[in-house]
Design a protein around this ligand. Sequence first.
Ligand code: HPA
Length: 235
Amino acid sequence: MSIPTPHIAAKEGEFAKTVLMPGDPLRAKFIAETFLEDAVLVNQVRGINGYTGTYKGKKVSVMASGMGMPSIGIYSYELFNMYNVDNIIRIGTAGALHANLHVRDVVFGMGACTNSSFAKQFELPGTFAPIASYELLQKGIDVAKSMGNINYRVGNLLSSDTFYDDSMGGMKWQKMGVMAVEMEAAALYMNAARAGKNALAICTISDSLVTGECSSSEERQSSFNDMVKIALEIA
Ligand code: HPA
């Protein structure tokens, strides 16, 4: 398959080697307008805004992933395999599964469990363990440490196919030490592994399935900015 792809209209060379991926297209626009210099809109198909600009002189792109594994599966596949992107850093929100994780805390997804059937396509004779790029993870931790005011944890995520889950299935992963639930990291990590590329999911806790706490829109915005800064410094 060639460029442009069924879902991305950008021309060859219009994406940087590193792409930041929030779920929400308006967040992608906000990042481009607030943090990047000379940002150019490179994709608008289905409202999935993609931009390329520079951060501290380095070329960086930002494009939305949409919600869920099928959606990030499509965009990350096309970026890695058709646009020759090397690194994708997801920046999103997650629900805490641990009592000692609170809103605004940052979780670096060292691994991502899933209840989805995304891995079936690889026809492996067992269970694949989707993991982050060690290099991106280490850089992210270094940046978070140097920022000083970030309360971060490193561990396992659950990438769930359901946000509204009839059986509260997310809570069952707690006993295996899974820290937080979101909906995209596992597909991103699997596509990176298959393509021989690098991926990392950085999640801010927006709510807790344990305590019921929920972040305000202001908390969401400022913690989102912290996460963007971490991702941009890695890039
Ligand atoms: N479930 C799935 N994804 C999420 C959640 C959640 O509770 N909170 C933020 N993203």
